[in-house]
Design a protein around this ligand. Structure first.
Ligand SMILES: [Zn+2]
Length: 189
């Protein structure tokens, strides 16, 4: 059956968003090294989202390279320096020895979606790496503390009970994590 609600610009929009995320993931990490990022592959083989999380790296020649370990798609990006997603300026700061927090793929996607309008947290979100145990966010103690406070402040500003619960849950999760507790992340609303 034909889907009448189909968004004709959907694929282009998805692609643009994907390219931006790849740039952010590559430029938030040291140059030259491959990183298995938290960025989800944009492809939809057989109308199903590819489950792969892409590997990215910024090459020494200025190209950003990406490849999906799941479906084998790969590509390079050039001319990204002026992109809004270029995080290379914060790269040094994010190298400070930090703490780690492990999220499930779903938790990570939810959190990423919910802070997508906040460039301040791009370094934390796109600096993440995929591992078989989950997606690992890394940041300094101060940055995680600020992140938890920001999420708490979002909770206060929300109008609905569900969204308030989401933000305060994230904030509490991060704070608990800071104290050495197991993190439990609420679902994104
Ligand atoms: Zn893929």
């Amino acid at each position: 059956m034909r889907n009448l609600k189909r968004d004709p610009l959907g694929p282009a929009r998805r692609m643009a968003e994907y390219i931006g995320e790849v740039i952010a993931a590559a430029t938030s990490s040291p140059t030259g090294q491959w990183k298995h990022s938290g960025v989800r592959c944009f492809r939809r083989p057989g109308h199903r989202k590819c489950p792969g999380r892409v590997r990215v790296r910024e090459r020494d020649d200025g190209y950003i390279e990406w490849e999906c370990p799941s479906c084998g798609a790969a590509g390079t990006i050039q001319g990204w320096e002026k992109s809004f997603y270029n995080l290379s300026e914060i790269r040094e700061e994010s190298r400070q020895p930090g703490f780690e927090i492990v999220l499930t793929d779903k938790e990570y996607d939810g959190l990423k979606k919910c802070v997508s309008m906040e460039p301040e947290w791009d370094g934390v979100i796109f600096g993440a790496t995929w591992t078989p145990e989950g997606i690992v966010l890394r940041a300094g103690a101060e940055e995680f503390k600020d992140f938890a406070e920001y999420l708490a402040s979002r909770a206060v500003g929300e109008k609905t009970r569900d969204s308030t619960a989401f933000w305060s849950g994230c904030s509490t999760g991060l704070s608990y994590w800071g104290m050495g507790f197991q993190l439990e992340m609420p679902r994104c609303i």
